[in-house]
Structures are given as structure tokens and as C-alpha cells.
Design a protein around this ligand. Structure first.
Ligand code: BGC
Length: 907
């Protein structure tokens, strides 16, 4: 049905009037949800001078905007009504925040019709110890001897140390806050219980540069009369085994930052009568060993329940046989509040099946490959020694495969006390596993004996994804599983073998994917600081961060570039210029390092470790090509970040640098017919994605990429670097159908191949395991992880192209919806929790038309690109709308709200 022209004009006027706030709106006021400070809800221990507020908005109808906001802090600061649509990165601008002080704040907003929202409830935050002079605690520990082992021959696994202090709170308590940390790992105890939900405190940093502390409000945990504060401490990253040091026989295999773990902290008590008291760690505390005989983050934990010092962290315990705590020093670094998100329990997993492949060997299958620990529940005679081994796969004989763990012992041992039902989980170790092999029990266990506890630093709640092909839905679940397992204090390459390092190449390739699946704003903030701390003195960012080893030459093209790509991603996705500003000096040093290496010809050569297009399938892109391409990409990102920071001169410098690199790159690597000199999939993918192609030749380059893939049977030859860029470039250049064929491919190498072979996680290699292949045993003993997120970097394409959700400029203020619609897939639907709220996109071929449903959050706009012929009628619901048209797409510009578009006719 054709509508009269004048009606179209009226409708199109209505569609385009979308953004201008309509002053006569009678919609209900907006509501402010998720008020946060520094990306956190009611945080404690803030130590930045101008913490940033953010919130999201909800509201009925369409085209809803925020025209103003007002923030009040209960110290008297009132922003007043600020005419602004900003809802995040709004810095506190009141009087200097006081140390160790609780604050409350609230916010309200006004909509486009100047209707005020309600105030939010009062939110809370507290400050940490802002001045060095606020610290009273000393670093304390309990001496347990030292390592005299042959470092490559046997493991040195010292016991955990226990520290306690009994004190009397003589008056009614108003408020009590603990500020605590450790060199090593610690668990804080107060009156018999653990304080906080977090694990692996205080987190991993370059301890020589900074140490994070935690702030716990423990008001409800303190009692008038005797109280006991205590800590259990262990080596952790500070003094324990890290990574592959043992495997490759580095000069050091443990004790990378120090020898003795130690605890430091203080408890501030405010009494109702206005007086205060500080209980600080010092040599009046008492120290001892206890039941935790071994506690290494990589090797595992051993606990002898017979040695439990029952009641040690409660009032009334006799600690007369404990020694006075020993004092230690912490000479170098800074003490700071933790900027990231802590490791916490994510999910409890009950076994799906228990088998007994050999007499007395019980294997618990938890159904999912996770990072975390197992909780053991048993009844056994005193002295029964139960051993738990962890692995990702089973051997032919049904026992747990441990060959691919290399030198990670990944074994926990529990020695029963013999007293009733005993429940135990380790505190200072974790494993990457799906299976737990239990030996040493005197009777067959019930399924309840083992509960898997998946742990992670992040909640995987930012996205949903449905597709016509169930294999791709499985792939999506595998990506989420593997991201959760590896976003564990730092973005690790894998959680199981003797590695677990914050590999920079993996992190940069996956960074944007990570943001679609989870809110990683704070997690990446912390990792960017790790990257900055780990920067080599000569300017390169290293292979992984933190970087505990003393090897000087550990950097590589596409790995070191994480130092630029991560801050850029934080800016792009979260509108975070503060972290960019923080990293700026380091990034400029890195650019100088590259400029030196490139010399006069602007071609950064390979260098360092040259990992290349890691794990490619038979096609080696040259190191020089990768080095030069990433240098160009960095220059472009630096230009954009400089502009965002208002550093216009530097923006000009980097823009010119990019132009020079582009010219040099094309001269060296791109031939007049549009082919790269190396003519490999990854070369096209990188050069095109990084905009290094001369404009005239780009289409020819993309066509050649498509041709190569088709000639290869719609399959990749790429590795970590090439794979995601192939997908992005195919869609950028109009080859969506081919991208979908790759996406749905089930022959090796492909995601579908892993899924067809039973993957429930992302594997390090497409063929980490093959159902019918005899060579598995061989592959498995070598470098082979079943929880390696790098190839999951296709999530970026799934969201940015499949669903078509992207941001125009920083922070999803102006959203792009441009789904890669294809008959190869038929339908796709999903959502993304952006910093401004939920964005939904769904498309399907149905009833002879293409249906595209979109939801855009309040206070944002979207440019929606709908594919179709120029004469195709576009409806929003029942209404025909007018659109712009270019490059095979209709463009609809909208404000917030939900839209149901139909392209073409409906019956
Ligand atoms: C890690 C990778 C990493 C690589 C460097 C491996 O051992 O697991 O993911 O990027 O080394 O090539």
C-alpha cells in the first residue's frame, strides 16, 4: 500500500523530530537507576580526589533525554542544576574529601520537558586512608623458615601463616572500618568469620610499585567487649610460583617480589561517645602456623584438619603458644585503593556424573570448564588423606588428564579430622578444570562430596545472543564461560597450566569482545595500570602484565600494542578519558620507542619475541608486516585519544605520523593491483582494518581476501591476530554472506569444528581435541589449553556486525545499529548493556519481509541502517516512514525507545 506523499512527509517529519525534546511531553518523569561512583555501587575506600559519578536512565516512550542533572553530597556539595546530558564520568567538584570518612550522595535529573525525576535513594561511599601519615599498621608475619630446595627439582611450598590480635572495645560502637592489605595473599578474619566476599586479596600488582589495600566496613561485626581480628596469609603472586618459570628454568621460579608474605592493616573504631581507637598491626599481634600446610596459587593447597586451631579467630582463645609477630618492611611502593573488580564466587556447580575409572579413583564431571576451586564434603576417619586433582579432559582410561598442565601441580590435599561432616575449600589457590579426580577416600563418595565453585572478577551479564544456528549459540556460551574463567584478577591467557599470565596480545585482540559480554570498565582500569607499571624502561609494553620476570627482551608486535589498544577501548566503550590521561605519558614513550625502531622509513619492523599471527593455520604473515601494521593502528588510535584529551598539537602529530606510515606501508606491502606482497588472509585483514590501504585499492584488497577464503573452502588460515579482523573486514566491505559462512563453518579450522567436537569453552587451538583422532594424546601433552579466550574474539563481530550494535564516538551516546543481515543466517537477536543502558537488536526474515526490532536507551540517539532496495517500503510498526538511502541501506535516525521496523512488504 502506498501512502499519499503528504502523509509520508508528515510521518518523516515526526520521525526526524525525534531528537528534539518535545516540550509538551506528558510522559512520566524519568527514573535514575544504577547510580555508581567509580563504576561501583556504594564503594568503600575511594582514594581518588575527584571520583566520578554515573547513572543510567529509564523512561517510557520515545525520544526521552536528560536535559539537566543535580548531584548532592552530604558534605554540603551541591552541583546545582547542571544543564547537561552527561550521565557518566562526572567528576566530583566539591571540597576536598576527608580521609577515612563516610559520605552519602544522590542524584536527580530533568527530562526534555524539564520534568524532574525523583531523587535516587541516598547512595554511600567512603574514603580510604588518603594520607601516608594515616597509616599506623606495620607489615607483620610469622617466620616459617625459608626455601632450601633445589629450585628445579622439588617444590617449596611453605605453610600459610596465621596472625591474630585480641582487643577490647570498651564502649558502644558507632562505626568500625578495617583498612587491610598484604604482600602475598590474605584473608581477613573478625570474630570467627571471614570479612568480605572476595578472594585473592589484595590482588596482583607490581608490588615494587604499588600495593592495593581494601576497606571493609565491619561495624556490624564488632561487639562490645573482647574481639579478635586475624588474618591468614600465604605466598600468592608475591612469593609463590608464577607462570612458566619452572618449565623454562628461569633464574627464579618463585619469590618474584619478595620472600615472606606479610600482613598490614588497621581497624578504626568510632565509639558512640565520639572517641576513636585504632587497632593496628604490630608486634603485639601473635603469629603461628596452622592446618594449611601448603598454599600456593599455582600448585595447590594442603590442609590437615587435625591441626585446626579451633576458635583461633574468636574471643576466649588461648594463644599463649603463639609467637610475637615479626615485623617486616615495605620499602618501595605506594599504598592505594583497589581500582578493579575482585575475584568472587560466580556459580556453584554440582557434578553431572561421577565415575570410578580405577578402584578408589573417583572422577567428578562438573559439566563445565571453569576457573575456581572444589569444595569437599566428606565424612572420614581422622588422618584420611584425600587428594584432589584437577583437569579439563579425561584420558582414554577415564582418569583426569593432567599432561597439559605442564608444571602446575594443581593438586589439593585434605587430611580429615574425623569429626562428623567436614566441609573444606582452599583459600589461596585456584585451578582451571571441568573434572576433579578424588583419591584416598575409604569409601565410595556420594555426588555431594564435590561441588565446583566457579570464580571470576566479573559478572557475565552484559549481553544476550540468539541466532538461527544452535552451534553459534553454543559458541556464544563457550565465549562467556571462557571469559569468566580468564578475567581473573588480570586477563589471563588460560587458567589451568603453568601460565595464567596477563598476556597482552590475547588481551588486546579480545578487549572489545570483552566489553560486549561484561562490564569490564573497572577491571580494565586496573589492568591498564598493570600495563603502565610493566612498561619496559626502553618503552615497549611487555608480553604480559604484571611482568614479574627479570627478562629484558620480552615484547612483541601486536602484544606490546595492548598498551595503546586497551586505553583506547576504555575510552571508546566507557567514555573514560581519565584512564587515557593516566596512560598517556607511557603511550607516548611507547610511540617514541616505535619511531626509533621504524627509523626514517616509518616501517616498524618486527622485534622482540615476534609471536606473529600466533597459532595460524599454515600461513605465516611476516613479522615486519605485523609490526608495521600495528604501528599504523597505534598512530590512528593515538590521534583519536589526543583529540579526546584536548591535546590538539599531539593529535596533529599523530595524524601526520599515521599518514606517513600509511604511505610507507602501502609502498612496501601493497601492490598496484591491490594485492599485498604476501597475499595471505591476515595481511588483508590487518591492512584493511587498520585503514592502511590506499583508498582506490581497498575494494580490490577486500575482494582478494574474499577470494582467498573461498578458494580455501570458506575457511581461515589465520591465527590470533588475523581471525577476528578477517570477520570485521568482510562485513566492512560488504561480504556478510561469506562472514556468515565462516561463522557457521564446521570443518577444521573453525569455531563450529570445536563445537562439533564437544567444546563447552573456547580452546587454544581449533582442534585442541578431536573426537576421532588418535593424535589427541600427543596434542594434549603439548601446549594445549581448553580455556583460552583469544579465538573468542569473534564476539566483537557477533555484536558489532551480526547484531550491528556499535558506538559512533565514545560511550554509546550516539549508537549505530547496522545489522549484517544475511540469508545465510535468517535471524539473530541480542542485547548489550551499554554504559547508557540496554541496547537491543533483532532481525529476522519473516512473512516476506525483513523485520528489525531495536531498543535504544534513554538519552541516546541511534542511526539505524536497514538493508533493502531503494524502493523498499520501511514501516515502523504500522506506520510508513521516510528514510535516507545510501549504499544499499535505509537510514533512520531515532531517539530512545523501541522500534519495530519492517523492510519490504508484509502479507
Ligand atoms: C600463551 C598465549 C600467548 C602466547 C604468546 C602462550 O603460551 O598461552 O596465549 O599469547 O604464549 O605467544
Amino acid at each position: 500500500m502506498l501512502l499519499p506523499r503528504f502523509l509520508l512527509v508528515v510521518l518523516s517529519y515526526l520521525a526526524f523530530a525525534a531528537f528534539t525534546p518535545a516540550p509538551t511531553t506528558v510522559e512520566a518523569p524519568l527514573s535514575v537507576v544504577q547510580p555508581r561512583l567509580e563504576y561501583k555501587t556504594n564503594p568503600t575506600g575511594i582514594d581518588v580526589p575527584a571520583p566520578r559519578f554515573s547513572w543510567r536512565l529509564e523512561g517510557e516512550g520515545r525520544d526521552r533525554v536528560q536535559s539537566a542533572y543535580r548531584i548532592e553530597v552530604d558534605n554540603g556539595w551541591d552541583s546545582g542544576k547542571v544543564a547537561s546530558n552527561a550521565t557518566n564520568q562526572i567528576a566530583y567538584a566539591g571540597p576536598a574529601l576527608r580521609s577515612a570518612t563516610p559520605y552519602r550522595w544522590r542524584v536527580r535529573v530533568w527530562d526534555g520537558a524539564d520534568q524532574p525525576s525523583a531523587w535516587t535513594d541516598w547512595q554511600t561511599f567512603s574514603t580510604g586512608l588518603l594520607h601516608f601519615s594515616d597509616w599506623r599498621g606495620k607489615f607483620i608475619s610469622h617466620a616459617v623458615g625459608y626455601d632450601t630446595t633445589d629450585k628445579y627439582g622439588e617444590l617449596y611450598l611453605p605453610p600459610a601463616r596465621y596472625l591474630r590480635k585480641s582487643f577490647t572495645a570498651s564502649k558502644p560502637i558507632q562505626r568500625a572500618v578495617a583498612y587491610t592489605t598484604a604482600l602475598g595473599l590474605y584473608e581477613l578474619r573478625l570474630n570467627g568469620e571471614k570479612v568480605g566476599e572476595q578472594s585473592f586479596l589484595p590482588g596482583w600488582t607490581d608490588y615494587n610499585k604499588r600495593l592495593y589495600y581494601q576497606t571493609f566496613d565491619v561495624t556490624d561485626r564488632l561487639q562490645q567487649g573482647e574481639n579478635v581480628i586475624g588474618a591468614t596469609i600465604a605466598d600468592g603472586w608475591y612469593a609463590g610460583y608464577i607462570g612458566y618459570a619452572l618449565l623454562v628454568r628461569l633464574d627464579r621460579v618463585r619469590e618474584f617480589y619478595g620472600v615472606n608474605p606479610s600482613f598490614m592493616g588497621q581497624l578504626h573504631i568510632e565509639y558512640t561517645d565520639g572517641t576513636t581507637e585504632i587497632i593496628a598491626s604490630d608486634n603485639s599481634w601473635r603469629g603461628s602456623t596452622g592446618p594449611t600446610l601448603e598454599a600456593d596459587i599455582l600448585m595447590g593447597e594442603t590442609y590437615d584438619a587435625r591441626l585446626a586451631r579451633t576458635g583461633w579467630d574468636r574471643a576466649g582463645y588461648d594463644a599463649s603458644d603463639w609467637a610475637a609477630a615479626k615485623l617486616y618492611t615495605y620499602p618501595e611502593g605506594r599504598l592505594q585503593a583497589y581500582p578493579g573488580t575482585y575475584v568472587e564466587d560466580l556459580e556453584r556447580l554440582t557434578p553431572v556424573v561421577v565415575t570410578e575409572p580405577k578402584p578408589g579413583v573417583y572422577v567428578f564431571d562438573l559439566g563445565k570448564n571453569v576457573a575456581g576451586v572444589a569444595e569437599l564434603t566428606i565424612q572420614a576417619a581422622a588422618g584420611t588423606q584425600v587428594q584432589l586433582k584437577f583437569g579439563e579432559l579425561l584420558r582414554e582410561d577415564g582418569t583426569v588428564m593432567t599432561e597439559n598442565l605442564r608444571r602446575a601441580r594443581a593438586t589439593d590435599t585434605y587430611i580429615a579430622s574425623g569429626q562428623g561432616t567436614e566441609v573444606w575449600r582452599p583459600k589461596f589457590t585456584y585451578h582451571g578444570f571441568q573434572y576433579v579426580e578424588v583419591t584416598g577416600l575409604d569409601a565410595a563418595p556420594t555426588a555431594e562430596a564435590i561441588t565446583g565453585i566457579a570464580m571470576s572478577s566479573i559478572d557475565m551479564e552484559a549481553s544476550t545472543f540468539d541466532a538461527a544456528n544452535p552451534m553459534n549459540e553454543q559458541l556464544y556460551r563457550n565465549i562467556l564461560t571462557t571469559q569468566a574463567s580468564n578475567f581473573f584478577e588480570v586477563p589471563t591467557d588460560c587458567p589451568q597450566r603453568d601460565e595464567r599470565l596477563g598476556w597482552t596480545g590475547d588481551a588486546q585482540i579480545y578487549a572489545r569482545s570483552a566489553t560486549y559480554n561484561a562490564d569490564v570498565a573497572a577491571f580494565f582500569t586496573k589492568y591498564i595500570i598493570d600495563l603502565d607499571d610493566a612498561q619496559r624502561w626502553y618503552g615497549a609494553y611487555p608480553n604480559f602484565a604484571p611482568f614479574p620476570y627479570s627478562r629484558p627482551d620480552q615484547y612483541a608486535p601486536a602484544w606490546m600494542d595492548a598498551g595503546v589498544i586497551l586505553p583506547y577501548t576504555a575510552y571508546r566503550v566507557y567514555n573514560d578519558t581519565r584512564i587515557v590521561d593516566y596512560a598517556w605519558a607511557g603511550m607516548t614513550r611507547f610511540m617514541e620507542f616505535q619511531a626509533d625502531a621504524a627509523g626514517d622509513d616509518y616501517l616498524r619492523p618486527g622485534g622482540g619475541n615476534n609471536w606473529g599471527d600466533w597459532l595460524n593455520v599454515g600461513e605465516k604473515t611476516s613479522d615486519g608486516f605485523i609490526g608495521a601494521a600495528y604501528y599504523g593502528y597505534d598512530a590512528a588510535l593515538m590521534t583519536e585519544m589526543a583529540t579526546a584529551l584536548g591535546k590538539l598539537e599531539e593529535a596533529g602529530h599523530y595524524a601526520a605520523l599515521f599518514d606517513s606510515i600509511k604511505v610507507a606501508f602501502a609502498r612496501e606491502y601493497i601492490q598496484p593491483d591491490g594485492r599485498t606482497t604476501e597475499d595471505l588472509q591476515t595481511t588483508y585483514a590487518l591492512a584493511l582494518y587498520f585503514d592502511l590501504y590506499p583508498e582506490k585499492l581497498a575494494a580490490a584488497g577486500a575482494a582478494r581476501l574474499a577470494e582467498l577464503i573461498e578458494a580455501n573452502g570458506d575457511k581461515f588460515t589465520t591465527g590470533f591476530l588475523g581471525t577476528k579482523h578477517v570477520m570485521l573486514v568482510l562485513s566492512d566491505y560488504g561480504y556478510d554472506d561469506l562472514a556468515y559462512r565462516l561463522f557457521q563453518q564446521t570443518d577444521y579450522p573453525s569455531w563450529g569444528y570445536s563445537v562439533a567436537n564437544g567444546s563447552t569453552s573456547i580452546w587454544e587451538r581449533w582442534n585442541s581435541y578431536t573426537k576421532d583422532d588418535e593424535s589427541n594424546a600427543e596434542v594434549n601433552a603439548a601446549m594445549n589449553s581448553f580455556s583460552h579466550y583469544a579465538f573468542g574474539s569473534v564476539a566483537e563481530w557477533m555484536f558489532q556486525h551480526g547484531l550491528g550494535i556499535d558506538t559512533d564516538g565514545p560511550g554509546y551516546r550516539n549508537i549505530i545499529i547496522r545489522p549484517a543481515v544475511s540469508r545465510e543466517m535468517d535471524r539473530m537477536a541480542g542485547s548489550y548493556e551499554s554504559i547508557n543502558g540496554t541496547i537491543r537488536s533483532a532481525w529476522a526474515y519473516r512473512d516476506g519481509g525483513l523485520h528489525v526490532d531495536v531498543t535504544i536507551p534513554v538519552n541516546t540517539t541511534a542511526a539505524i541502517y536497514l538493508p533493502g532496495t531503494e524502493d523498499a517500503q520501511i514501516l515502523d510498526g504500522e506506520e510508513v516512514i521516510d528514510t535516507d538511502y545510501a549504499d544499499g541501506r535505509h537510514l533512520v535516525r531515532v531517539g530512545s525507545g523501541s522500534y519495530q521496523f519492517t523492510v519490504g512488504s508484509i502479507q
